[in-house]
Design a protein around this ligand. Structure first.
Ligand SMILES: Cc1cc2nc3c(=O)[nH]c(=O)nc-3n(C[C@H](O)[C@H](O)[C@H](O)COP(=O)(O)OP(=O)(O)OC[C@H]3O[C@@H](n4cnc5c(N)ncnc54)[C@H](O)[C@@H]3O)c2cc1C
Length: 1012
């Protein structure tokens, strides 16, 4: 036999190093000729076809759709023989659903992929045919372990058919044995998924080889009750909800637990059933055989035509509705204005559906009858947990009712994460029975379909349902349909009134709910005889934005800041001074590109430190004075002094000295006793540099980001301890100024807040700088010597000790709030792990005291602090607003710049989002080629289900301006379509956003097509 021909990932451009398999255009075993397009792959530029250059039959293993494959690596094979192609191991690396997973004609004859592992005398448990259309099933879970003894009627596994997830019961006794099918594998109908052996000693542990990955299957049945598919197969047992109350043991006979559970869930009298198991044992199939259709058969109206059998979904709905006929129902309608909830839900990044469910749960908690259910033995089952089924119309699969569990007990972020996950999986048809069964209350929201009035029928096991229609001038009609046996008209009316109240007053619960009600005090400024409505402690970006916002709304505000001018760390010791140095360094660095654009004589720039420093000081002073003028103009009372809490409504001030003095901040004076009484307070006191207890770290010559500004010239040799944003920015700037820089980082991966690939590429680029060295996994042991003659001793990853002689050392080892001097105890404000914890509205555990910015931890960035300041102000003004880190952003001002907004693919996955990513290298961009700024890439991350951009990540020069558009995409939740359609000016790098969106859309279309 000739050697198989390997189809490799082609190199379709100079920059291409890897490609993503988008689709297979040919099925394994299909004959191809020279020039046939067998697959499409996505390169860094576009989606391209993969042609083959000889004849043959396509054979596996095929690279999985969506997988990344390095250029030159095989993605599939061509063989000369069709049988060989068909028998090749297509599933080993291929996750493409479809042809290779389909049963071949021989499959029926081959009981297992590894016949040699089948124990002698073993009885196969086969993939059952659960509907007429079913040809294969996906193994969802094993309910029993290999070696476990099982009896007739035992449910051993769950499989997913093209319609729903169903249980697999066995009909003989034995020990469960391999080869067993792997969870998630697709097995043709009739093929063994496991074996039963009579002797525990014969049990085989072997696994059946997978035939392919699970294809997306059909929607789960809506209600719990899903009777069998075709009448003749006994295995067609309904999907059974977990947690259903089993029927009592039958009198005078025995029943399997599953049969009792099934009978209990559907109110079937188990005593009336004759068991077909050994000794008259009642099994699940007997319960199904005895079920509702018999009692309803008499009511059939004869119409012309033969009819067709209903599918499982149709039957499930029909049987549920018949069951509901036993309920005496009545209806009550109110009109509700949901606009406030709509806005608050948007601000809280909550889906309106989830917010409505939460409002319903709060109302149910006050009217628990609505959560009870009547049982035919004249019993009421009262339930403490509120599980809300939410009917959603999904494209292509009709109505689905996933159940949000424990809506009363969970906070809004948790409910939203759960809901996103349920909806995503519902769309993929991967819901488990317990995820769409047994709600205690249901909401049907047809408002989104434009329905102006409707009512709904409660599902079996519930007593009431909400029907929500489209709003009109009177508001949004909400109709409750309720079971009159336990709920009367007044109950329903009161319940609706409470629900209306929750929906129309979301500020009472929605925003606080995000923090699991950390404080029982309502938002707003307590009334009283105060000196100020609000005092804000700290005049950095967090405090200043907060104070201005409050003053703009007419509140009396004192901005207490420990310095003559506002601005905080950002202005005096952080963003602005460091970016002044960066601007000088940029000018020097950019000169390197001049010659390639024909500009000569500029390649030997020299730094005038004095001039640069004069510019820096000028910018700082004028920005500080401008800020103070603006504060005063806005009627913010700027009070210079260091504040500490005296009580939960008063602070004492220390006005004894100047601020901005890092040496004083650690040990402020006790204060001159001036006291300010306030209604509410906002703590925005920042976080100064943290220096770990390293031997010699307190020596002269060891600087921090507070004191580095005292340098009278760039050091010739500089050690920077810490490779975070501040450390790396400083390292590259000083290297640009001509210093020899050694960066020592304790962690293996610097820049934890930056997307992993971007951080790795940036570190790689920095290391190419001849003036800069970066050692990771380094442990600094000691610092000795005096300024201009210092020595740093450190150990490397291998434990080797090194010395580095330098002029200065800069500790860039993080920032930590200094909390003791604030005397938070006097106000009852709690701290946790060195920061002040807050809820999404930035409220501390004390209802009228808020904290924002670096002092609360998280992203320690100026715009983050400012946003949190505005959020706290909004809360104090009684407006809904929250801080959402998933939409925050940052720029690391190296060259190229690393920048991020929103989520990385990894973070999106952790948040339960099915994310897709596309990236484009700067090396293909015309503008970057002109300026010689081709290092780096841009990545876009989108939520596959919603088609929205959830993150953009940059390693690019000019990322600080490019990111603006990405910020709008993420904060507004723009769709890929919207970004793709926007007209971007040419030639600019903003065009890359449109390109990426279009590529992602094309990929999603291709993969969707390939999966059909
Ligand atoms: C070198 C460097 C570069 C940086 N670059 C950037 C950047 O490029 N982009 C970015 O977004 N962020 C950057 N940052 C971070 C940014 O400076 C901070 O995140 C931001 O300033 C935090 O704002 P804040 O309002 O929380 O606190 P701060 O800005 O620290 O302001 C707090 C203020 O409160 C005062 N204060 C403290 N205690 C009291 C008290 N008890 N009473 C009265 N006043 C008090 C302090 O003196 C200070 O003025 C940088 C930081 C450094 C060190």
């Amino acid at each position: 036999m000739a050697e198989p021909y390997l189809i490799r990932m082609p190199k379709l451009s100079d920059t291409m190093t890897e490609g993503r398999v988008v689709s297979w255009e040919v099925e394994p075993g299909e004959r191809v000729t020279r020039g046939t397009v067998v697959a499409t792959v996505e390169t860094d530029k576009a989606i391209m076809d993969v042609e083959v250059f000889r004849e043959g039959y396509l054979a596996g293993p095929l690279a999985a759709v969506d997988s990344m494959v390095a250029v030159g690596e095989p993605i599939g094979r061509l063989v000369d023989d069709r049988d060989e192609a068909l028998s090749a191991d297509a599933g080993a690396t291929d996750t493409t659903p479809g042809p290779e997973a389909a049963p071949s004609p021989e499959a029926e004859e081959r009981p297992a992929a590894q016949p040699q592992a089948v124990p002698r005398g073993a009885h196969p448990v086969k993939m059952p045919k659960l509907s007429d259309t079913m040809t294969e099933g996906t193994l969802v879970s094993w309910e029993k372990d290999i070696g476990e003894h099982v009896g007739r009627g035992t449910v051993i596994a769950q499989v997913e058919t093209d319609k729903a997830i169903m249980d697999v019961e066995v009909f003989r006794e034995g020990y469960l044995s391999g080869p067993i099918a792997e969870v998630d594998s697709v097995i043709p109908v009739g093929e063994p998924i496991a074996y039963l052996v009579g002797d525990a000693g014969k049990v085989s542990e072997a696994r059946r080889e997978a035939a392919g990955a699970a294809p997306p299957s059909a929607p789960p049945a809506q209600p719990a009750f899903v009777p069998s598919g075709t009448p003749k197969a006994k295995t067609k047992i309904p999907a059974m909800p977990h947690g259903a109350t089993p029927a009592p043991r039958p009198r005078g006979s025995r029943a399997t637990p599953y049969a009792r559970q099934l009978a209990g869930a559907h109110g079937i009298d188990i005593n009336s059933i004759t068991g077909s198991g050994p000794g008259g044992l009642i099994i699940a199939a007997d319960v199904v055989a005895s079920d509702v259709p018999k009692s309803t058969a008499l009511r059939v109206f004869q119409v012309p035509g033969a009819g067709r059998p209903m599918d499982a979904m149709e039957k499930a709905v029909a049987h549920s509705m018949v069951y509901s006929l036993s309920m005496p129902l009545f209806r009550v309608t109110v009109h509700i204005h949901p606009e406030g909830l709509l806005a608050a839900a948007k601000d809280a990044d909550s889906s309106l559906t989830v917010a409505l469910a939460k409002a319903a749960a709060l109302a149910i908690a006050e009217h628990p009858k609505v959560n009870s259910v009547y049982q035919h033995e004249d019993r009421i089952v009262e339930r403490s947990q509120i599980d809300i089924g939410l009917a959603v119309e999904t494209e292509g699969m009709g109505l689905v009712v996933p159940v949000l569990r424990d809506v009363g007990g969970k906070d809004l972020p948790a409910l939203n994460a759960h809901w996103r996950d349920l909806v995503n999986r519902a769309r993929l048809r991967r819901l488990k029975p317990e995820e769409y069964s047994n709600p205690t209350f249901t909401i049907s929201n047809m408002g989104m379909l434009g329905v102006s009035q409707f009512d709904a029928i409660p599902a079996p096991g519930t007593s009431a349902i909400f029907a929500i229609a489209t709003g009109g001038p009177q508001g949004m009609p909400v109709t409750i349909t309720a079971d009159h046996r336990i709920i009367n008209g007044a109950d329903a009316a009161k319940f609706l009134a409470t629900f209306k109240d929750y929906v129309e007053s979301p500020q009472r619960w929605l925003l606080g709910a995000g923090a699991a009600a950390t404080s029982s005090v309502a938002a707003g400024i307590p009334q009283g005889d105060w000196d100020y409505d609000v005092v804000v402690l700290g005049g950095g970006p967090g405090g200043e934005d907060c104070a201005r916002e409050l003053a703009q709304h007419g509140k009396r505000v004192a901005l207490i800041n420990d310095g003559p001018l506002p601005g905080g760390e950002c202005l005096w010791r952080g963003c602005i001074p460091s970016k002044t140095w960066r601007a000088g360094a940029d000018r020097m660095r950019d000169r390197r590109h001049d010659a390639r654009l024909g500009v000569l004589g500029t390649n030997a720039p020299r730094l005038d430190w004095g001039a640069l420093e004069a510019t820096r000081r000028r910018v700082l002073e004028s920005r500080g004075e401008m800020a103070l003028k603006t504060d005063k103009g806005m009627k913010v009372d700027y009070v210079q002094g260091f504040a500490r809490f005296e009580s939960e409504h008063s602070v004492l001030l220390d006005t004894s000295g100047n601020s901005n003095d890092p040496h004083r901040r650690a040990a402020p004076g006790r204060g001159d006793g001036r006291k300010l009484r306030f209604g509410a307070a906002v703590i925005a006191t920042g976080a100064p540099p943290f220096v770990p207890p390293i031997d010699g770290a307190d020596r002269a010559g060891v600087m921090t980001s507070d004191t580095v500004w005292e340098l009278d010239a760039p050091p010739k040799r500089l050690v920077i301890v810490g490779a975070g944003a501040i450390g790396l920015e400083m390292a590259q700037m000083f290297a640009d100024f001509g210093s020899e820089v050694l960066v020592l980082e304790a962690q293996q991966r610097p820049l934890a807040e930056v997307e992993a690939e971007i951080a790795r590429l940036l570190v790689g680029l920095l290391e190419t700088d001849p003036h800069l060295d970066l050692v990771t996994s380094a442990r600094v042991e000691s610092i000795s010597g005096e300024p201009d003659a210092m020595r740093v001793t450190y150990g490397d990853a291998e434990g080797q000790r090194h010395h580095f002689d330098c002029d200065r050392v800069l500790m860039a080892t993080g920032k930590r709030p200094v909390l003791d001097p604030l005397q938070l105890d006097s106000a009852g404000v709690q701290t946790d792990k060195g920061v002040i914890p807050v809820d999404p509205q930035c409220r501390t555990n004390v209802g009228h005291i808020y904290a924002v910015g670096d002092v609360i931890g998280g992203l320690m960035l100026a715009h983050t602090a400012a946003q949190q300041g505005r959020v706290a102000a909004a809360a104090l003004l009684g407006e809904p607003a929250i801080y959402d880190q998933a939409r925050d952003c940052g720029v690391i001002f190296t060259r190229p710049q690393a920048a991020f907004v929103g989520l990385s693919a990894e973070q999106a996955k952790d948040a339960g989002i099915d994310a897709v990513e596309v990236k484009v290298p700067l090396s293909i961009d015309a503008k970057a080629m002109i300026t010689g700024e081709t290092d780096g890439l841009i990545k876009m991350i989108a939520d596959k289900a919603k088609g929205r951009v959830v993150g953009v990540h940059f390693l690019a020069d000019h990322a600080d301006t490019l990111i603006g558009e990405a910020v709008m995409m993420v904060s507004a939740g723009l769709t890929l379509e919207q970004v793709a359609r926007a007209i971007h000016p040419h030639p600019t790098q903003t065009e890359l956003f449109g390109d990426m969106a279009r590529r992602l859309l094309a990929r999603l279309r291709r993969t969707a097509k390939a999966r059909k």
